[in-house]
Design a protein around this ligand. Structure first.
Ligand SMILES: [Zn+2]
Ligand SMILES: [Zn+2]
Length: 146
């Protein structure tokens, strides 16, 4: 795991720092985490880290294509290590859980009728709905008191 990450960072001209490594490890185990969640995890191992350090590392890793950032409306950015496969996301409106869904074939969603001269390299698709856990809750009406 560590050597793989090391190689990956090196190929993108990023040095291997303990915070960077920890961020990637957290996301490996908890994909689709937001910066705050990542910070809480990293802090357990590296007490001296700051939230700013986490943000800086996340943006560097996203910029280099090592992490993918998704921005569901109404919530903070989520990060994941699964990059480059143009997969999509299912997000539950109730509990905000996120699931990966594979793109049907290579990347059909990149083909639009009118490209307006753009070279399109990514499509961001979010499917919103209710996850099985939430749909099976009996008291799932909006505004219901517990
Ligand atoms: Zn749910
Ligand atoms: Zn994903």
């Amino acid at each position: 795991m560590q050597t793989e990450i090391e190689k990956l960072l090196k190929s993108k001209d990023l040095s291997l720092t303990s915070v960077r490594l920890a961020v990637l490890e957290v996301l490996h185990h908890h994909p689709h985490s937001d910066a705050d969640t990542i910070y809480q995890h990293v802090k357990k191992g590296i007490a001296t880290t700051s939230k700013q350090a986490i943000y800086n590392n996340l943006s560097a890793l996203v910029e280099k294509g090592i992490l993918r950032e998704i921005k569901p409306k109404g919530s903070s950015s989520l990060y994941e290590t699964r990059v480059g496969d143009n997969h999509h996301h299912l997000i539950c409106r109730e509990c905000q859980s996120v699931m990966d869904v594979a793109c049907k074939s290579q990347a059909p969603c990149l083909h639009v009728d009118e490209q307006h001269g753009f070279k399109i390299d990514e499509a961001e698709i979010v499917f919103w709905g209710t996850c099985p856990d939430c749909s099976s809750q009996p008291n799932n009406n909006k505004g219901v008191n517990a």
